[in-house]
Design a protein. Structure first.
Ligand SMILES: Nc1ncnc2c1ncn2[C@@H]1O[C@H](COP(=O)(O)OP(=O)(O)OP(=O)(O)O)[C@@H](O)[C@H]1O
Length: 254
């Protein structure tokens, strides 16, 4: 079976710094993949290349057999390639319900007509309610974002991404900054994501990685150095060296 999504030979340099080196990777429908690696390994750059925030120096991004490398970020979202960001980008005066409603209407090309009339949209409210329920946000659906917990804001980012009906969802550190007591909520929400969705998650919280991922890819210095089962990753010599080297470097500059 051909993969839902693949990248071939993705390469990117900033000046003389090679940040992504010939990265090839495929994902199938329903896949749960974690992309890990030491700080500065090039994980966010990889996501930016996949979603069109950055243009690669070489290589291709292929979704459903279609080469989307030439498309911009908005066009890729329309095709089903959707991401969340490491830092939340929400409006603190709006509620979760308003954020998700606006996104659904935007996806349908109707957002410009409804500004100021959020609650009357019964034709999308079932979908909005279902998305908020999936992420465990129904109870705060009508609270202002500025008043809800940080972990709930991170979940709202994922809710907004779901409202775009992704085929491939890329999560950039969904648990970053979330208090440890709230990470089970994030984990639970990730488990509730639609089974057919292909999910790639960047995450530093290894407990979360091991519980979420069926496959792990390790990036170091812009290169894939490991691809395999979560149970195998910790024992891999190259992976240990990459993390240890990074740790030693951090100690030497501290
Ligand atoms: N726009 C840019 N211009 C120049 N260098 C950049 C740019 N973006 C990223 N880099 C560099 O590329 C390297 C990889 O950065 P990237 O943010 O992709 O790593 P990362 O693996 O996501 O790191 P972290 O885990 O710390 O978020 C770093 O050395 C970074 O300084």
């Amino acid at each position: 079976m051909s993969p839902l999504f693949r990248v071939e030979g993705l390469t990117k340099s900033f000046g003389g710094l090679a940040v992504s080196r010939n990265i090839s990777l495929a994902m199938s429908e329903g896949e749960r993949l974690a992309l890990i690696g030491p700080n500065g390994a090039g994980k966010t750059t990889f996501v930016n290349l996949v979603t069109g925030q950055l243009r690669p120096s070489a290589g291709r991004v292929v979704l459903n057999g279609e080469d989307v490398t030439g498309l911009g970020a908005v066009q890729r979202v329309r095709k089903g390639l959707v991401r969340t960001f490491q830092v939340t980008r929400l409006f603190s005066d709006m509620t979760p319900e308003e954020h998700v409603t606006l996104t659904v209407l935007q996806r349908q090309g109707r957002a410009s007509r409804i500004l100021g009339r959020f609650h009357g949209h019964s034709e999308v409210s079932d979908e909005v309610g279902a998305i908020l329920r999936t992420l465990g946000l129904l109870e705060v659906a009508r609270r202002k974002v500025g008043e809800i917990a940080y972990g709930q804001r991170r979940l709202l980012e994922i809710a907004i991404a779901l409202a775009l009906r992704p085929k491939v969802l890329l999560l950039d550190e969904p648990a970053a900054g979330v208090p440890a007591a709230d990470t089970p909520r994030i984990e639970q929400a990730l488990e509730s994501l639609p089974p057919s969705l292909a999910v790639l998650m960047i995450e530093h919280d290894m407990d979360l990685v091991f519980r979420f991922a069926r496959r792990v890819v390790v990036l170091a210095s812009g290169e894939i150095i490991f691809e395999g089962l979560p149970s195998e990753v910790a024992a891999d010599a190259k992976v240990r060296e990459a993390y240890l080297g990074n740790y030693a470097h951090a100690r030497s500059v501290a």
